[in-house]
Design a protein around this ligand. Structure first.
Ligand SMILES: Cc1ncc(COP(=O)(O)O)c(C=O)c1O
Length: 413
């Protein structure tokens, strides 16, 4: 498109948008079962547009908003066992992980390296490229957890950071952070914990008596943690947080902008202009849900995850990769590739994530019991059709594809 010479009336724009956004899926449909984000609370929607002009990149203009950001950091620090953590509200897990590596890199060595598991989110590849840090990727065990022995043997004088993940992107597993913490302390290395997904899950799992290991600042070797309110924290996008054990770790990456209205920015971030409304809405969500609300959400998501886990054990076409640790379930298709199954599910209106060896299902707060049962049925039906196709040859695939296009959904088979 080109910018028009003369603008359009809002009504016409709204109609155009309505048409153009028709293709988007919605969380309320319950059909998005592969995303780590969720439907924002109605209260969040209302608040978000009310405070659009707030800019945390110029906190001298908006000291009230800056105070709310500081309160969010304090509250999340307390959730992660540190009442005095330093940190900032950022755009998400990617920015938080970049900031952690940036800070760790200030421990100057000539050819810096970071030890990360192969399960690490691709934001670490971005961070490595940006910051010129070599990523030493170590394998994971059968449960998808980092191989601690390999971590130990990978340490060199160039190691500036080690990474443990509390809620891996592919399976939601938690690395043995206690052991990593001990190694980090013994070798004086910055240990970053990527709890972008798990940070708003694990503390409540423990309260719900799930058997989960320590992962946060309680472990003295943990230097920094990424935790995303826009995943399980019920905050709208964009809302990530980066927390450091010690304010010096944050301040060493501060670059002062002294032309701003309130002097220098009070928070250290990669971005300049930042949406203050994100802090305002996050602060409101923390107060709206409270510990009890988050606990209830995690409990419901876990119950539904286990429901799908049990359903999947009865199916012939998929196999659960392993028992879920949190509200993420890996399902391994037995007859076709995860990519093919994800494509077929998408034709039926379901959005899942396809990893090289499995499908990832995230049972987020917008997913209800009926969605889980409908999804299980869709997956099972797909498998039955697949069997017929395997038995009768590829012309059935063409017929099935045609039927799907017409939304007959296999009924002719
Ligand atoms: C473990 C983990 N870390 C970091 C990220 C990146 O988060 P964002 O997409 O908010 O940048 C993700 C996203 O899925 C993730 O799963």
């Amino acid at each position: 498109m080109k910018i028009r010479e003369k603008g359009l009336p809002p009504k016409e724009i709204a109609q155009m948008l309505g048409r153009m956004l028709q293709d988007d899926l919605t969380f309320t449909s319950g059909r998005i079962v592969g995303s780590m984000c969720t439907e924002p609370a109605r209260f969040a929607r209302r608040l978000y547009s009310k405070y659009l002009e707030k800019n945390l990149g110029d906190p001298g203009l908006f000291p009230g908003t800056a105070k709310l950001e500081a309160e969010c950091i304090a509250a999340i620090g307390n959730l992660l066992s540190h009442s005095n953590a330093a940190g900032s509200l950022v755009s998400g897990g990617t920015e938080a992980n970049i900031m952690a590596l940036w800070s760790a890199k200030k421990n100057k060595v000539e050819r810096p390296e970071a030890i990360i598991p192969i399960s690490a989110h691709h934001s670490f590849d971005k961070a490595a490229d940006l910051l010129g840090v070599k990523m030493v990727k170590v394998p994971t065990d059968v449960m998808g957890r980092i191989d601690v022995k390999k971590v130990k043997s990978s340490i060199t004088p160039n190691t500036i950071m080690m990474l443990g993940i509390a809620g891996t992107t592919d399976l939601g597993v938690i690395d043995p952070i206690t052991e990593l913490s001990e190694i980090a302390e013994a070798n004086n290395i910055h240990l970053h914990v990527d709890a972008s997904f798990g940070g708003f899950v694990i503390p409540f799992l423990r309260e719900l008596r799930y058997d989960v290991e320590d992962f946060d600042f309680k472990l003295t070797g943990v230097s920094s943690i990424s935790i995303d309110p826009h995943k399980m924290g019920m905050a709208p996008v964009p809302a990530g947080t980066i927390l450091f054990r010690d304010i010096a770790m944050l301040e060493r990456i501060n670059i002062v902008a002294d032309y701003l209205a309130g002097g220098e920015a009070s928070k250290v971030t990669l971005l300049g202009t930042r949406p203050g409304t994100a802090a305002i809405v996050l602060w409101s969500m923390l107060n709206l849900f409270g510990m009890q609300g988050y606990r209830r959400i995690v409990k419901r998501c876990m119950n539904l995850t286990y429901l799908l886990y049990e359903e999947s054990q009865r199916m012939n076409g998929v196999k659960p990769v392993q028992e879920p640790t949190m509200n993420i379930l890996g399902l391994k298709p037995l007859r076709s590739s995860p990519q093919q199954v994800a494509k077929e599910l998408r034709v039926k209106g379901w959005a899942v994530s396809a990893f090289p060896k499995h499908l990832r299902i995230c049972v987020m707060p917008h997913v209800r019991k009926k969605h889980i049962l409908e999804f299980a049925k869709a997956l099972d039906l797909l498998e039955k059709t697949e069997k017929i196709i395997v038995r009768h040859g590829s012309s059935y695939r063409a017929l099935a594809d045609k039927a799907k296009m017409h939304k007959y959904q296999y009924s002719f088979l």
